[in-house]
Design a protein around this ligand. Structure first.
Ligand code: ZN
Length: 219
C-alpha cells in the first residue's frame, strides 16, 4: 500500500512521529501530504518537544512560530554568561508573547542587597526575523547575533549612532559595538525543587528576583 492511500487520520499518526526535517521533506511529495504536514498540532508538538515553547503569543500558527522564529533562533533559549566586563553578566534568553527576548540581569543601582534588575537588551520578532537592539530613548535598530555553536554566540549592535543619547557611556556600553561573547550557563543537574516545574523540568524563570543577593561585610 502506498503512503498516499492511507486515510488522513492514519497519515497524521505517522506524521506525529516525524521530525521537522522529515515533515519538510514529506511536504515536497504531493499536495495532499503537503496539506497534512501543515496541520498545526504537529508543529505545536514540535515547538514543545524541541524548544519547550508552549504558547503561541501573537503569532498566527505554531508552524510560523517554528519555521520563522524557533528554527533560526530557538537554540538561543536559556541562560548565558558573559565575561566581557570586569564583573561578567547574566543574560536570559526567553520566548515571550511571540518574541525571543534577551534580558540582561544587572546589579541594582540602589543597593547590592536588592534583587538583580532586569533590562531588556534585544528582541527578535517572527515578523522581521532580525535581532533588534533595545536602548532607552532610541527607536528599534538592527543588532547582530553570530552563532559560534549552540552554547556560544556573539552579540553586537550595528548602529552606534542610535546610542548617542545614552547618558551613561560606560565601558560595557562600548562593548556592545565591539561584540559581547556569551557562553551558556549550565545549571547543575540537581536543581532545588522550588525552581522546578510540576513535570520536574527547570523553570524557564530560573533567575528570579532574590535568587542572587549580594552580601557586603563591613570593613
Ligand atoms: Zn544598539
Amino acid at each position: 500500500m502506498l503512503l498516499n492511500e492511507l486515510p488522513d487520520d492514519v497519515l497524521l499518526l505517522i506524521l506525529e512521529k516525524c521530525s521537522a526535517q522529515d515533515l519538510s521533506s514529506l511536504a515536497q511529495t504531493c499536495v495532499r501530504i503537503t496539506q497534512l504536514t501543515h496541520v498545526d498540532s504537529l508543529w505545536k508538538a514540535l515547538c514543545r518537544k524541541e524548544y519547550n515553547v508552549k504558547t503561541l503569543g501573537n503569532i498566527k500558527t505554531y508552524y510560523c512560530l517554528y519555521s520563522e522564529l524557533l528554527y533560526s533562533y530557538g537554540w538561543m533559549l536559556g541562560t548565558f554568561l558573559c565575561r566581557t566586563t570586569p564583573r561578567g553578566g547574566l543574560l536570559e534568553v526567553q520566548y515571550c508573547d511571540g518574541m525571543i527576548q534577551g534580558i540582561q540581569w544587572i546589579v541594582s543601582s540602589k543597593s547590592l542587597k536588592d534583587p538583580l534588575d532586569k533590562v531588556l537588551m534585544f528582541e527578535i520578532a517572527e515578523s522581521d526575523r532580525h535581532p533588534q537592539c533595545l536602548v532607552p530613548y532610541a527607536s528599534l535598530h538592527t543588532a547582530q547575533i553570530r552563532k559560534i555553536n549552540s552554547d556560544k554566540f556573539v552579540y553586537k549592535c550595528k548602529e552606534k549612532a542610535r546610542h548617542q543619547r545614552q547618558i551613561f557611556c560606560t565601558q560595557k556600553h562600548e562593548n556592545i559595538f565591539k561584540g559581547i561573547a556569551y557562553k551558556r550557563l549550565n545549571f547543575p543537574k540537581e536543581i532545588p525543587s522550588s525552581l522546578k516545574l510540576k513535570d520536574g523540568s527547570p523553570s524557564p524563570q530560573i533567575i528570579t528576583p532574590w535568587l542572587f543577593i549580594a552580601e557586603y561585610g563591613s570593613h
